[in-house]
Design a protein around this ligand. Sequence first.
Ligand SMILES: Nc1nc2c(ncn2[C@@H]2O[C@H](COP(=O)(O)OP(=O)(O)OP(=O)(O)O)[C@@H](O)[C@H]2O)c(=O)[nH]1
Ligand SMILES: [Mg+2]
Length: 383
Amino acid sequence: MELLWKIGYTVGLCAPKPEFITVLADKEVEKGENVILYCEANLKELTAVWEKDGERLSCVQGKHKLDQKVCLFVLEINKAQEGDEGKYTLTLKNKWGSKSCSATVTFAIKEWRNMPKNQSKMVTTLKHYKTCNDDVSELRFLLHGQIGAGKSSIINTIKSIFENRQFVSCLAATTSGTSYTLDYQKYTAGSENTGRLPFAFYDVMGLENNSGGVHTDDIIKALKGHIQNGYKFKPDQPISEDSEYYISKPRLSDKIHCLVSVVATDRIVLMEDVISKMKLIRKEASELGIPQVVFMTRVDEACVLTKNDLSRIYRSRKIKDKMHECSNKLGIPLNCIFPVKNYHDETGLNDNINCLMLEALTQIVLWADDYVKRCSEKQKHVE
Ligand SMILES: Nc1nc2c(ncn2[C@@H]2O[C@H](COP(=O)(O)OP(=O)(O)OP(=O)(O)O)[C@@H](O)[C@H]2O)c(=O)[nH]1
Ligand SMILES: [Mg+2]
């Protein structure tokens, strides 16, 4: 086989063009750190041309080092400084063709939001939280968003924190073709032993780009408190008033007290249709006065710096940019957007994962309770 290939190669029958086996990866680094960009090609006899921001890289002695180990092409930048940020492109050539790939090098920024730290204080506050109205024994949160955004995983993460062990009772998907969650399902956190928390989380079927996924009317009905736990969503048809799961006269305790839009940080660009559906739902929630927030999941998939050390999340320019993008696309202010990381491949619990989630949860609990207070006062006026 190898001989045949060699003969073909020599007489030019099969032209071995350069191809990338792996491509350059974006780097977000601290100023002064060494940066290594590398990728692997299918061939070793290739001409490599490195460019920075569209111009041929002028190698500075002691700063840049170009290397090739068989099919691995490497650029090392020693102690990266201000001028080293930018887009780096490697073009590999031979007489049969050329191929390019690029990656950006950026610096971490000054911490612009404090990374929450006091886990046990937040846990205690939430565990002993008392709602402002005795008729509303639990604050209700509805999690909606694109399929595979991490809605079910958020619930599992919250349950894991309060029960001190990994939780997978809210089934999370392994792939994201169609929504894995099909029912309107309520989840609570805490247990008999650890103490039940006065919060309920509703997991719903994901929104899809076309006519699939959960019907927007169903989410709006759920916000108003018309849908009972256990209802099975039908993408082509919203719940009918005759359904046994339809609550015709919902009380304040049946309603949703805070809408949580879940967005996967690494997939914001794929959400065009979903965004218009989310905006429609948000408009309705605004008319009802329901507070709305965004939980941005999968931060580790969107940013290497954050993946390597979650405590540096608020130093990541990429995460900050994604939060701005999310804020612009959904029309939600930045202070209502919470980047979080869910448990997904870890086996033990992690303080940084817990702290980020707990801070987001503390905020939404307060805002949900404010909403209950406003509604209770309005009700009193009517009576
Ligand atoms: N790396 C990483 N993966 C995550 C995170 N959150 C969720 N995932 C993974 O993303 C996939 C989808 O997560 P789910 O929680 O099932 O998403 P969902 O929004 O409930 O999906 P549907 O019910 O199908 O609409 C699963 O494979 C999760 O393990 C995260 O913060 N980081
Ligand atoms: Mg789900």
